[in-house]
Design a protein around this ligand. Sequence first.
Ligand SMILES: Nc1nc2c(ncn2[C@@H]2O[C@H](COP(=O)(O)OP(=O)(O)OP(=O)(O)O)[C@@H](O)[C@H]2O)c(=O)[nH]1
Ligand SMILES: [Mg+2]
Length: 227
Amino acid sequence: MGKNRAFEILETKEGILAENDGIALQVREELSASKTFFVNLMASPGAGKTTTLLRTIEALKDRWRIGVMEADVDSDVDARAIAQTGVKVIQLHTGGSCHMDAAMTKKGLDGLGLEDVDVVFLENVGNLVCPAEFQVGADVSAVILSVPEGDDKPLKYPLMFTVGDVLLINKTDCLPVFDFDVERCRRNIAPLNDHMEYFPLSAKTKEGFDAWIDWLDKKIRETVGCQ
Ligand SMILES: Nc1nc2c(ncn2[C@@H]2O[C@H](COP(=O)(O)OP(=O)(O)OP(=O)(O)O)[C@@H](O)[C@H]2O)c(=O)[nH]1
Ligand SMILES: [Mg+2]
């Protein structure tokens, strides 16, 4: 019981997040034992997660065996798009939840099956808030911010830009019609995150894609081994 109180105060959210982190650690250990590289892709709805994934798969699928987990509240639109590339894909329905947690991710990885996969991408639920709170055991947390959303988003949704390892500034083909300033965006993130890697690119025109692919391929090689 608390001091001078006849009742206990339980910080339930802290407990849930601590439990989640424990499961995320298990996921990480399992993936590390099976030499599987895991990318958690997070962004707002419509920022270009699926389009960026399609281009990324196109660039990497001859080098690595790829698996994709598509997480959505409903529908199978994105899994259908990914299936067109020929890589292994599973659609996960979160049942209304706005993020994937570590237990859901563990279930998804079991459903996908890792025996013939070197690299797994999770397209998290489109949301700039909730997915940032839940670790899923990823090697890389990749965040997409698209030009039409504005360069002030790191100020409004700081946690996402704090937990990210890499920021893909997508839809750079739209820069001429929006007042998004890439340097201002980086300045907004600097106080939150001193290790963020930045790749401005366009999933539509593929401009800037080579640098992102080279960086990701190097990270995968470091984990999975040379191919
Ligand atoms: N102009 C332009 N449009 C893009 C680019 N990338 C994606 N889009 C468009 O943006 C829209 C949303 O793209 P998606 O890839 O479906 O976005 P998403 O983040 O997967 O969306 P949800 O899964 O619904 O959260 C589509 O109409 C894409 O064609 C880009 O680089 N430039
Ligand atoms: Mg999508």
